[in-house]
Write a protein that binds this ligand. Sequence first.
Ligand code: GAP
Length: 471
Amino acid sequence: MAEQKNDLMDKIVSLSKRRGFIFPSSEIYGGFAAVYDFGPYGVELARAIREAWWKAMVSDHDNIVGLDSAIFVHPKVWEASGHVGGFSDPLAECKACHSRVRVDHLLEEAGVQADEKMTDDDINKLFSEHKDSIACPKCGKKSFTEAKSFNLLVQSNLGNFTGDWTVAPTYLRGETCQGIYINFKNVLDSSRVKVPFGVAQIGKAFRNEITARQFIFRKREFEQMEMQYFVRPEEASATYEEWRAKRWQYYLDLGIREENLRWHEHENLVFYAKAAWDIEYKFPFGFKELEGIHNRSDYDLTQHSKCSGVDLSYRDPQSGEKFTPWIIETSVGLDRTFLAVMTEAYTEEAVGENDIRIVLKLPKKLAPVQVAVFPLLKNKPELVARARELFSLLKEDFRVEFDDNGNVGKRYRRQDEIGTPYCVTVDFDTIGAGEDKSLEGTVTVRDRDTMKQERVKVKELQGYFERNLKR
Ligand code: GAP
């Protein structure tokens, strides 16, 4: 079973490269660990995922607004948030080969349950109990140092023109939500929102992850889609449950099978958190965190009020009552969603005796190309012209690709691998030059999943796709 799963991971990595979804960064220079680039189809799929998230979190609500805060913030933000002091992973060094490994991963591989959100002290204690029986993944020796904390914030020298290393470093943001907290007052003063309301943001985050593994699951430069919902303290628990339900449904709507999702409750909460649950997805390497949903209490606004000296409390416009809102957070990685969607969609089907069709059964609304338009033959100008015309028409409303490479069979296979739900072929019947004149003005539409073909009138194509591509 494990072999089959790793096999699936290899297949997804290979397809991602071969078909232009994801490229390892800086490949011509030998690669750059835990950093990846989205290729031409990957960028379209990523955009569609962002859009689906934005629709579910912003457009479908009348009290959630968007924000796009900068990657750089005042260095004090990371002190106030607790990241400078406590945003770390436990690391141990192999005394024999000196490679450094994440202790929670060592424990996990040794079959010892370590919660990803455990405090460093807890992890260190657990590691001390087991370290003499754990082998180094590189050299196999069983001799590790004690675990030490390694801060995950990525430093920069932005604004340090003196080269003086004692100047407080600036950081690339480790999470996007801090940009929301520090703009709480700006949003409140400039828009019509009233508690309860939410602020949503999609953007890059950076972490000095120690172990680069599992493809795009754990990256050093990644993207988060986070929403912070500000509520009255007494409403926090009920609102938290509402968001848990909404986020679960969101993944079902994204085409994820329910059996591949599960809840994981954090037992060791950070001191300010009142509740923390993860939605886990069954990745090819097992169930792992996809999204975190947190009840963060009034910690963030209180901390930033204290450290900035600016009052971030809220006054109820009706009652005049003043309080510091509590925050319910939903936080998911775009990259992890991407990997979950790819894992869910990857399918191999036997065709005849000894052929296999690889098809990405992506939800139609997410497919990087929704409709591929082909001329039956590329050397017949009348067919090419008609297909180009159709391409121009359809691309106004859908993600469309014109494809005249190889024969139609090969084009179908390629489109199947990138997950294109529909292929449209313009043939001689379409232009009235075939045997069956009744087919003039119609095209063949081939369905990715059933491989069935049907004739559809060109003038009805737009409506046909509008109906079918919503899912
Ligand atoms: N603001 C809360 C926060 O950042 P987190 O659990 O550290 O919480 C939230 O991260 C989500 O961000 C995770 O559930 C995951 O989807 C994504 N994420 C975190 N680290 C990541 C990494 N190194 N690579 C890709 N995605 C990551």
